[in-house]
Structures are given as C-alpha cells and as structure tokens.
Design a protein around this ligand. Structure first.
Ligand SMILES: [Zn+2]
Length: 508
C-alpha cells in the first residue's frame, strides 16, 4: 500500500487557503450539530464527552429495548472521495459556480508519481480523492460527510431509524461524527441494522466511500442478552485501567519504530519526540487523565528513542556456540554496547548483512578475516580476534543479559544500564538550558557543552579513536571543550570582539 504525500506549491496553498477561510465562515450554517471537527466554535472534546455519556447510560440500561452503538471506520476516507460527488455537494451548498470551478480545478489538477525502490515512476493523474495537506480538504470532506447526516435525518423523520434516548424525555441521539470516524446509535435489532446498512450503502454508492469492516466496532447496552460486546477504549466510562491505554503506548512505539534514530541528529530526535510522539497522548488527555504507569511508559519509549534509538533487545548479548543463529552484523556478540553494523567504517555489500557468525569461519575452523576485516576499525577487529571462532563442539548459541556479570537479568542491572543513558535533568543549570527559548539545535549544543560530550579532539581520544588530541587551529596539545570554545587564540580573538569589556571578567 502506498501513502500519498501531497506537494502543494505556494500559489496553490495561497489560493486554497483564501477559499478555505471563506468556507470556514459559512460552515456552521451548512453543517449540522453532529459534526464538530473543523467547524469554528465547535470542539472535538464535546462529542467525545457526549459519546462517553451515551456509553455510560448504555451500561445502565434496563427494560426490554436494547441499544447499539456502531463505530464506523471509513477506509482511506480522503483518497476515495468521488470528484463528481464533491462538485454535486458544492452546488447543493449553493457555492457560486465560478468558485466551484476553481475548487474543482484545484482538486483535479493533481498528478501523482509512485516512489518505487528509490526512484520515481512516470506521472499519472488520479481520478478521485482530495489531497492531505491541502487547506481545502477538511472542509470539503466535512461538507461531503454532511450528506450522510442528511440521509440519517431523512430515515429518522420517516420513523424508520429509532435513535437512542438517554433519559425518558431526553433528546434522541442518532449519530456523532469525528471527521471520518462515525458513531451511530440505534435500537439493537435486525430491522434497525438493515435500515442503517441501507443508509450507509446509499452514501457509499454516491460518494465512493468504503466502510472498513475490520475496524468497525459494535457496542451493546447492558440489557442485551447473548451479545458480543466489543468495547472501545475511548468510550469507556468506567474506571480507567492501564491496560486500556495500551493503544496509546503502542501508537507511540509504532511511530518511533518508523524512524531510524541513527539517521537523525540528537536535536532531530528530540524535536521529533516532542512534536510527533507527544501529540498522540495529548489528544486523548483532553478528555481522560492518563494513569502514571502509562505516562511513564511513554516517557521511557521517548527516552530510549532519543538516547540510543536502539531497540531494547540490544541489551541482550549472544554467547557463541556453533554461531549458526547469531547474526554477525546485527546481534550483540563481539562488543558490549552495540552490534557490529554500527561500527562499520565503509558501506558493505548487502548480501553479507544477514550472514551468521558461522558464515565467517573457514573450513579449518579459524576466522575468515578477509571477508570482514576491511569493513571494521582495528579496535573492533582486535575484539573479534579475542573470540574463539564458533564450532559445532561448543553446542548451540545462547542469549544472555549484557549488563550483569553472570548474564542473568536483574532489575538493578537494567536500571543501571538505563540510568546510564538518561540524564539527571534536575540541576538548575540543566533547567536553564532546557527552558531557554531558541532553536533546538542550539539548545542541544549548550547541553552537550555542559555535559562535556561535544566531539572535541580530547573527547574523541577518550573514546579511543586513533587520532591526536592536538588542536587543528593553533596546535595546542589538547583540544578540550574549554579550549575549543574559549581558549583557542582564534576563538578568543572572536570572543573579545563580541563580549563587552564589562562582562569579560569571570569569563576568561
Ligand atoms: Zn586551538
């Protein structure tokens, strides 16, 4: 499956934004109260609270009439929308015809290319759908989905659809829309199910929308007997437990695994963690408060991503036996901190990437150096030389915990291993850096300076890189942080130019 990415240029965005601003103005008059997304003056939490109330009262329902809530999921809602349907809807909303022409020209002028194996294929034009990222799309979508609302309204007026009543003389409630997530409420019986599926089928017919049956869920009221009750966590009105929030944690972890942390800079990883990852729970936190356990798990996932980007199983080391199950490049066996692939000094052929350790041993049982030594630095080669090559006689490979001496997992060793990576950001100085309002990259730079982890020559030597610690600019013996940023003559000259005399005391 491909994920469409919209590239809209400035002119396109300007024009569509102007139109969108005007649409926004008339939207409250065109869209019924059941749809809240993107309509000025309405907020998504309103519908969530109503939905929670409905489920709460469904849990307490007594009497002979059972009720049913259906959460309908529209598959790729934006991408499937029929153009003909959109122009139809715009005419029905009495948008001036020349404006309709402009809007339709915007939607239909898109071209697409498939990015396949790193190359773009030939251009082609889509025949339906609206673009993600186009300012008009949400408004068009909401206007289209309003047609479904009308359909529902018609069958209710004809007394075919029996909506739920929350109290004896309360307002009947038939549906709530969250952009493309639809919630429908009805009496739970076969006739009602038929009415609803007819309404939905009608809408799908004219709009080209498709209902995703796998993601569509049903929820029955308490007084229903013999039913499959599928609960969906957002609407839980009972006590909230950690397990219900598994979804959120999963989502955060899924977002993380989609990025290769080692390809991002530290500043990039932090920005990503802050914006993308934390946006997920914030959405839920508007209506329910997250339990501590969940918050901690999200924090931990972010920390892990920021500080190493490595997955937790890298804390498991492999002990060599016959070498047939240990991956030479990807498993942790020769060093304690990272798999060999992270030490590779040059790119190497993909076909040796999946090799097992046993694949690098020749017939007489010694290391086959020529096959890997030119891809790894000499200190790592020495480490490999310290290992006896795997052999049948040693039995099968085994897994052990890399952070304790005896190889068995203990909580304290795990804590130590983790706390090694997590900074104690409690100091006043740290707080000053992190609360500083400015570019993330500068903040990271300051933080690394404080932490003395800037990659100065002295630091690189400390990390056993085969270089001299001498300063490249002035030839001083040791280029540490203070030298690189303050004491090197060239730097000092520059600083003297920008720091006023009154502030120099105490700086140098
Ligand atoms: Zn220097």
């Amino acid at each position: 499956m491909y994920r469409p990415i919209s590239l809209c240029n400035v002119a396109y965005k300007t024009i569509t934004k102007v139109i969108a601003n005007r649409l926004q103005f008339i939207l409250p008059h065109l869209v019924g109260p059941h749809q809240i997304s993107f309509v000025p003056g309405r907020h998504i939490t309103e519908n969530i609270v109503i939905a929670q109330e409905v489920v709460h009262s469904m849990r307490r329902k007594t009497g002979s009439t059972g009720f049913l809530a259906i959460k309908v999921d529209l598959e790729n809602a934006y991408d499937r929308l029929s153009w003909e349907f959109i122009s139809d809807i715009l005419r029905e909303a009495r948008i001036p015809s020349d404006l309709i022409q402009v809007i339709m020209a915007c939607i239909t002028s898109a071209t697409m290319r498939v990015f396949w194996n790193g190359e773009a294929t030939e251009e082609f034009s889509p025949s339906r759908g609206i673009r993600q990222g186009c300012p008009l799309s949400p408004y068009l979508f909401i206007l289209c989905i309003e047609r479904l609302s009308h359909g529902i309204h018609n069958v209710i007026t004809a007394r075919k659809w029996h909506p739920i009543m929350l109290s004896r003389n309360g307002i009947p409630l038939s549906h709530l829309f969250f952009t493309d997530d639809l919630l429908l409420f009805t009496e739970a019986n076969v006739e009602q199910a038929k009415v609803i599926s007819a309404v939905l089928a009608d809408f799908c017919d004219c709009s080209d929308a498709k209902i995703n049956a796998n993601k569509t869920m049903l929820y029955f009221s308490k007084n229903m007997r013999d039913t499959d009750i599928t609960e969906f966590w957002v609407f839980s009105a009972s006590r909230v437990s950690s397990s219900m929030f598994q979804n959120i944690v999963d989502k955060v972890e899924k977002r993380l695994s989609g990025w290769n942390a080692s390809h991002l800079s530290l500043a990039g990883r932090i920005t990503l963690a802050q914006s993308v990852l934390q946006a997920i729970p914030i959405y839920v936190m508007q209506t329910v408060s997250l339990p501590n356990g969940v918050r901690e798990r999200i924090d931990r996932a972010c920390m892990r991503f920021i500080w190493s980007g490595s997955s937790p199983q890298q804390k498991l080391s492999m002990s060599l036996g016959d070498g047939k199950s240990v991956s030479f490049w990807r498993d942790l066996w020769a060093t304690n901190n990272a798999p060999l692939i992270t030490y590779a000094t040059t790119t190497f052929p993909m076909d040796i990437l999946d090799c097992k350790v046993a694949d690098f041993v020749n017939v007489n049982g010694s290391w086959c150096w020529s096959r890997f030594e030119h891809y790894l630095p000499s200190n790592i080669i020495l480490k490999i030389a310290a290992f006896h090559p795997p052999s049948y006689a040693k039995g099968m490979d085994a897994i052990f915990w890399a952070h304790s001496k005896h190889g068995q997992f203990t909580t304290s060793s795990a804590y130590l291993a983790l706390s090694d990576q997590i900074p104690a950001a409690v100091d006043r100085d740290w707080r000053m850096i992190w609360s500083w309002q400015g570019p993330q990259s500068v903040r990271i730079f300051l933080w690394q300076t404080f932490h003395a982890s800037l990659k100065t020559k002295a630091e690189l030597v400390r990390r056993h890189l085969p270089i001299s610690s001498r300063c490249d600019r002035c030839g001083a013996v040791c280029e540490d942080v203070i030298h690189a940023l303050r004491d090197c003559p060239l730097v000092k000259q520059f600083l003297l130019n920008i720091i006023p005399i009154s502030k120099r005391h105490g700086f140098f």
